[in-house]
Design a binder for this molecule. Sequence first.
Ligand code: PBG
Length: 329
Amino acid sequence: MSHYPALRLRRTRSTPWSRRLHAETVLTPADLIWPLFIAEGQGIEEPIATLPGVSRWSIDGIVARAKEARDAGIPCIALFPNTPPHLRSDDGREALNPDNLMCRATRALKDAVPEIGVLTDVALDPYTAHGHDGLVDAAGYVVNDTTAEMLVGQALNQAAAGADIIAPSDMMDGRIGQIRDALEGEGRVNVQIMSYAAKYASGFYGPFRDAVGSRGLLKGDKKTYQMDSANAEEALREVALDLAEGADSVMVKPGLPYLDIILRVKTEFQVPVFAYQVSGEYAMIEAAVAAGVAERDPVVLETLIAFKRAGCSGVLTYHALHAARLLGA
Ligand code: PBG
């Protein structure tokens, strides 16, 4: 009598067709949101040194990128402006300007590529002279309630320009409810709110701050408003509050170091959860590829399926177009 394992788990893995048949999770272009950085001007492409392969584009270029995204099956893009320095101020009032870069880009996109969703980031850091997401008092503390009032104005401004998803990334307390009330008050009942509910004070945001021009400006850090990476229970409290205040979906950010948070949020609340695979994560993959440590395509797809496996409805990633093309529309 020969001895054999009672169950051979390798059996279903033995051929490509069988691996496909038994896949528990699928990744498609429809799972991806592509973040894009906007530059002032016309015909402009500005490569970002710390995000190799990613550029800021003037609005004409943003429209062209959105068409590529649509054609690759990506349902939504996320916009971030690099506000010209002379328009940055201590109170970030450019965020309220109906003709700011973000609003002009949103209108151009809704006009030229209405099939794709536009997600706009709500926070003051691309507009403030000190690089913080909110208003700063004399002691350098980011004040909550007056910041939230500004954020409401910013969100209404973006919604008026045609934003489909308002995504507050500022981590002020109470702002989701105030933004929801204000949107309802203006009859914008179908504007979604995707709350950056569990956003951690992270060392992985550096290249993004280069892209929006806030790295050199930022005074201190963001630890009085963004979460401590030691905490998970607190993330569940943040999510519970944002859902109660009217968020349609919630985000966990950064991505890979926080897969445990994604799983816990999904298990606890059964709501749409998104991950932001942030700039530093993208840059690490690209650095590994450049150093010959890893191959881009398998590593990109492996990280993205990990988010799906953990429970995500979708992922914001700078690799979105590349990944969507690998996956086929
Ligand atoms: C700021 C904001 C940040 C990111 C998105 N919105 C950076 C920060 O909080 O300093 C980071 C995204 C990334 O690193 O890719 N409101």
